[in-house]
Design a protein around this ligand. Structure first.
Ligand SMILES: Nc1nc2c(ncn2[C@@H]2O[C@H](COP(=O)(O)OP(=O)(O)OP(=O)(O)O)[C@@H](O)[C@H]2O)c(=O)[nH]1
Ligand SMILES: [Mg+2]
Length: 411
């Protein structure tokens, strides 16, 4: 069946905002792309400037009436709100409009449910959905039960929609235990990887910035990269051989987004655990995006929230094939900036050189004599550190090399 044959659910996008109108529009643009990723279609928009969203109906009463007429005129199946609604707002809006009402959080959870592939990813999403449901059980009654199906209701948690708080609570406890077990297994794998001492570069950035495209280019991986939000959820690590003979591991991670549902923070934490252990953070930013500055800010805020701080960082301004040459690009947060195009390969060799350079700066020089009986240690030094001089003497191998600062015990 081709895409056109499926009848897409139609939504009117809704936002109440207090800042600039331009920002509200950009947020709705992103919401429309999220909806597209989830298989729905935006058929209209409604904005209202308010000091704060209305407690009862998110937008003002008059606007609700306008919205009701708009839904009829456009034959929309529902309303999609740019912010997470309280149970009362959801119930009131849904009753007054007599239609399905969903919010940004439900939409993102829905996309995550559809895109999670690993068993841990699936459990994490189910957990986030259950937490959302739990926080919306009180008083939501009709609004939740009238959802019926479709966007906002997919995923492993679906059949439990009507379950009571206790059942959901029990399920959350079981999931936590299962996730904990999986975490233990992952720690062991990581320990093995750490002991092989190859430097790890974590690729982070806003969703759709081009992280997976860059990983594919640098390492011949075949991670799905597409013009959708949250194409990647589960981390992938691949190795890249450097021209000078060294090796780097690149980890592609889940993208960040503005107004990230707080229920998903735990899922992000575990997905980005790898980044916490990386030697260097490679921040990929989409230079062609008009919201570039705001997106970079979201990346830094999310990294802070996840405690990924204090690591050497490179910001790669990607998609420079789409922008004018003179455009000024600078990220003051990063140790180094570079312009690249993951699509055309522009400057990606320089990027690797820059990674090497920054890594080297975070390493300390050592001189040592390795006895021939321990010659195996040389292998680790070559892979993890950078050997500058290697001389075979009678009493052993004399080495001058760089080893990482903060990590001792080259073996
Ligand atoms: N023109 C241009 N397009 C690019 C470039 N890099 C990536 N893209 C496109 O941008 C879109 C998103 O790329 P992805 O690699 O999937 O982005 P991502 O950061 O992995 O996104 P998520 O996994 O969804 O967070 C795709 O359509 C890519 O083809 C680039 O340098 N130039
Ligand atoms: Mg990706």
């Amino acid at each position: 069946m081709v895409d056109n044959d499926i009848r897409k659910e139609k939504y009117i996008l809704l936002i109440s905002y207090s800042g600039e109108e331009k920002q509200a529009e950009a947020s709705l643009d992103e919401l429309a792309r999220l909806l597209d990723t989830a298989g729905g279609l935006a058929v209209g928009r409604m904005k209202q400037k308010l000091p704060r969203p209305d407690n009862a109906t998110y937008i003002g009463s008059g606007k609700v009436e306008e919205l009701r007429m708009s839904i009829e005129a456009r034959e929309a199946d529902g309303v999609l709100c740019d912010d997470e609604l309280s149970p009362a707002q959801m119930r009131n809006l849904s009753e007054r409009l007599d239609t399905k009402v969903i919010d940004r959080t439900m939409l993102i959870l829905d996309i995550f449910a559809a895109h999670a592939h690993t068993s841990e990813g699936k459990l994490q999403v189910e957990m986030a959905q259950l937490k959302y449901r739990l926080s919306h059980l009180a008083g939501a009654g009709k609004a939740m039960s009238r959802l019926g199906g479709g966007i906002g209701t997919r995923g492993p948690g679906e059949s439990k929609l009507e379950s009571d708080r206790r059942v959901i609570g029990k399920r959350i406890a079981r999931l936590s235990a299962e996730i904990k077990d999986m975490r233990r297994v992952r720690m062991t794998t990581r320990k093995m990887r750490m002991s092989n001492m190859t430097p790890v570069v974590a690729i982070v950035g806003y969703t759709n910035a081009g992280k997976s495209t860059l990983l594919n280019l640098l390492t011949d991986a075949s991670v799905l990269s597409e013009n959708k939000l949250f194409a990647t959820l589960d981390p992938t690590t691949r190795s890249c051989r450097l021209k000078g003979g060294g090796e780097l591991l690149f980890t592609d991670t889940v993208g960040f987004i503005n107004k990230l549902p707080h229920q998903l923070i735990d899922a992000f934490r575990s997905t980005l655990e790898e980044a916490g252990y990386a030697d260097i953070i490679l921040h990929v930013a989409d230079a062609s995006d008009t919201s570039l500055d705001m997106h970079m800010q979201v990346v830094y805020e999310t990294l802070r929230e996840l405690d990924i701080v204090g690591k050497p960082m490179i910001t790669a301004f990607n998609k420079t094939d789409l922008i004018e040459e003179g455009l000024r690009l600078k990220d003051m947060h990063a140790d180094a900036n570079i312009r690249i195009s993951a699509k055309t390969g522009y400057n990606t060799d320089s990027l690797l050189a820059l990674v090497e350079d920054i890594l080297q700066k975070s390493r300390k020089p050592v001189e040592m004599l390795i006895p021939y009986s321990e010659a195996g240690r040389l292998d680790g030094l070559h892979r993890y550190g950078k050997v500058i001089e290697e001389e075979y003497l009678e009493e052993g191998i004399s080495i001058k090399a760089y080893v990482p600062t903060g990590k001792d015990g080259i073996s």
